[in-house]
Design a protein around this ligand. Structure first.
Ligand code: PA5
Length: 447
């Protein structure tokens, strides 16, 4: 992985000196993180060295026994698997491979019905992922799946077609696994949802899809080593990403972090990043709003704003050196200037040059950007990318003086929903939400 940061420096208050000036704070942040790890409070940095055998064994059985695999989970419990699927398998996978792969994150009834109608229920393994074992969307989708399974194959057989991935000690899924013998894999207690892609949360679905999880972990392990370098801020990828974003926000009030991927297979990685950055750092009135963009498509939608709108953005471009497939553009109209120049170039080359053109145009107007280049999209590179961003996010939490590992703002919404749906013990939350909601209704429009 290569990170180019030249276009982010020198035009405003964020200079190379300012970046290196942050070294002591980053060192402190690193020490804090390592201490939290040593105390067993933070576990994501241990994941690259885990033994994936239990995951691989269950995944082998699922691959042998089932035609379809449906992952039920939301947020950190689904985005990692979705990212791996989209990056390493892609949209045509389900047409020629088995088991076919589906994710039920939302409780959008049309999506759920459609997914259930696409799979043969009796030949489906449902994997329910929830660290807390209580998230309303995931529990509702679990119950829907279990109901359909019980109708199709009976109680006993239904239970065999379900795998839980949850906290090793706490929560309703863990209780059910103990009481009724559902098969289960553990999410280490000290690994939170959005930092869990390299735990069974991401590894199990990946292994079911035939993704080489050992190479994923090797890539993460190598990246973790790079993230421990202390000689210079610019030699440590996590320090560089955390340091630049922090300086741009605090010195130049750039409160928006755009990530623009110039490869559609990385589109879901941007969603994963968006969740990680937003949920980890958006608290105590602090944080940076992550925004998703896709190159070259969003050059024709967003770039006008990035170039000439409010000067509140720092851009990260993601690109890939080698495309798995490419196509030469035919040289068919040598006498038509608008077409001739494209002839005999490859589409991948055009896409890469679009990035250079866009980044340079932004730089001319003083909009800072960094460019992350992956040699290609494979397991090792994805593992590295995940680890670098998890480290950068955790360190950013220290720089901002907030806890990057909690999410009180998410919990509040979850509890109000429990109350509104009549969950025992949450009635007051339900009344509270109802009162707030009703106060907001000021006009009814009849159309
Ligand atoms: O990162 C997080 O903690 C959240 O996004 C959770 O992953 C999400 O809310 C789902 O929670 P759970 O895994 O407990 O069902």
């Amino acid at each position: 992985m290569r990170i180019a940061y030249g276009l982010a420096l020198g035009q405003g208050r964020v200079t190379l000196e300012a970046l290196e000036g942050l070294r002591e704070r980053l060192l402190e942040a690193q020490q804090w993180l390592e201490e939290e790890g040593a105390r067993g409070e933070v576990g994501f940095m241990d994941l690259p060295l885990q033994d994936p055998s239990p995951v691989l064994q269950v995944a082998r059985e699922v691959r042998n026994l089932y035609d379809h695999f449906v992952l039920i989970g939301i947020g950190g419990s689904s985005l990692g698997a979705q990212t791996l699927f989209d990056a390493l398998r892609g949209p045509s996978y389900n047409r020629h491979s088995h088991p076919t792969f589906h994710i039920l994150d939302n409780v959008d009834p049309v999506k759920v019905e459609k997914t259930m109608s696409e799979v043969k229920i009796e030949a489906t393994c449902f994997c329910v992922v929830s660290k807390s074992g209580s998230t309303a969307e995931s529990m509702a989708n679990f119950l829907v799946a279990l109901g359909l399974l019980q109708r199709a194959v009976g109680r006993e057989e239904a239970r065999k077609r379900i795998v839980f991935i949850t906290d090793p000690h706490r929560g309703t899924l863990r209780e059910l696994a103990r009481e009724e013998g559902y098969r289960s894999l553990d999410i280490p207690s000290n690994v939170g949802g959005r930092f869990s892609v390299l735990s069974p949360v991401g590894l199990f679905p990946a292994a079911v899809l035939g993704i080489d999880v050992k190479r994923l972990l090797e890539g993460a392990s190598r990246a973790l080593e790079a993230c421990k370098r202390q000689d210079s801020v610019t030699h440590n990828p996590a320090w560089l990403i955390a340091g630049l974003h922090y300086l741009y926000q605090t010195l130049e009030h750039r409160g928006i972090s755009v990530m623009m991927a110039y490869h559609e297979r990385l589109s879901t990685f941007v969603d994963w990043y968006r969740q990680l950055w937003a949920e980890s750092l958006g608290k105590d009135g602090k944080g940076q709003t992550p925004v998703k963009a896709i190159g070259a498509v969003d050059q024709h939608s967003q770039i006008q704003l990035y170039n000439e709108g409010p000067r509140d953005k720092v851009i990260t471009f993601l690109q890939v050196e080698n495309f798995a497939l490419d196509h030469e553009i035919p040289h068919l109209y040598p006498h038509k200037p608008a077409l001739a120049y494209l002839g005999r170039h490859r589409l991948g080359e055009l896409l890469k040059r679009e990035l250079i053109g866009t980044a340079s145009a932004l730089a001319k107007r003083g909009v800072p950007s960094i460019t992350i280049t992956l040699p290609k999209i494979d397991e090792a590179c994805m593992g590295a990318l995940f680890m670098v961003y998890e480290m950068a996010t955790a360190l950013s939490g220290y720089l901002y003086g907030i806890n990057p590992f909690d999410q009180p703002g998410v919990e509040e919404g979850k509890q109000l929903t429990y109350g509104l749906m009549g969950r025992e013990g949450y009635q007051d939350k339900g009344y509270e939400a109802q009162k707030i909601w009703e106060k907001s209704i000021k006009a009814s429009l009849i159309v």
